[in-house]
Design a protein around this ligand. Sequence first.
Ligand code: ATP
Length: 373
Amino acid sequence: MSIRIDNISKRFGKTEVLRSVSLEFTEREFITLVGPSGCGKTTLLRILSGLETPSSGEIWHDDKAIGHLAPGARDIAMVFQSYALYPHMDVFHNIAYGLRVRGTPAEEIRQRVEEAARVLEIAHLLHRKPRELSGGQRQRVALGRAMVRRPWLFLLDEPLSNLDAKLRVTMRSELKRVHRALETTTVYVTHDQLEAMTMSDRIAVMDGGYVQQFATPEEIYGHPANLFVAGFIGSPPMNFLSGVAAAEGGLRIAGSPATVLPVARMDRFAEAPLGPKLVAGIRPQDIALSLAPVEGALEGEAQMVQLLGPEKLVEVSAGGRTLSVIVDADVAVKPGQRSWMTFDPSRLHLFDADTQANVLPAPGLQHESLPRR
Ligand code: ATP
């Protein structure tokens, strides 16, 4: 079984909301659409469900075009941000509602509702009304209502955004557990990159109506396709250093004074098209901070220090820039202290300032596939 979103574009009047979006995924995958507000992720989900029609393009379910089918004919279940439970019905009847409307026999309804309630661990709540439930329990009822229909595709639109922070974390693993139990292909929409990273088999990072990258969480974190993805995924965000060019012994950062990033000229840099307009990216977790001088390190001064729990976030100014660095909580760094930063060259990212694209080969890619300088 496969689902292919083929060159979908959507305009509302003059506004282009989706631009030639193509994605393909297979049975049992948990796919997340993530991106900032307004990037088009809900619109894409609504097009999959049939609630919205694309301006152009097609949706394929295996070799069947389904883009023209009405929502009811697609056999897809969608769970929205607002659970919209019927307040006067108990949990059993809320979950059963869709089946009753379709005329499913009473005994089958009972079996399906009980099975869903067991998977969702709400079997003891079947006789309660929605007002007698917590937010997380209401969310499970909404999921149960979708599950009993046994759809071939689940569409979930920010289903956790009404829950408090702690419950969101619990429900994240609950949703994964339910997904493993049901093995139903799922498309999940969120603006929360951490949710996307923790739950998904593959993530489509969207911005401005485009899919910027579609890959596994590891690939997206380890090798972001462009500057947008690099800045959006990961917390605290990646540091960017503009005006970087190849130099003897490393990468030279423009500025006063010009700084040479102490990066050994490893193979991956040697074969990359190192033009004059480069932006280097390094995650705060990938910078080593020393409070004693280190030869060849980038010297700076600690500005802000925030304790995050097991770690500290340190902002270090160096050569007119500020870099965020994550250190262990027991590192005794204070504002005003001199500090020395070194970079693991295998963790450095390089982007073309004009095209915004990552210019380094993805790990595992053969260097021969890249144009030589
Ligand atoms: P959010 O996280 O805020 O829900 P999103 O990425 O899901 O954002 P969409 O809801 O898909 O974004 O909306 C994308 C753009 O399309 C927005 O600029 C929105 O204002 C616009 N839009 C969505 N629906 C309509 C509509 N029915 N008519 C006109 N414009 C619309």
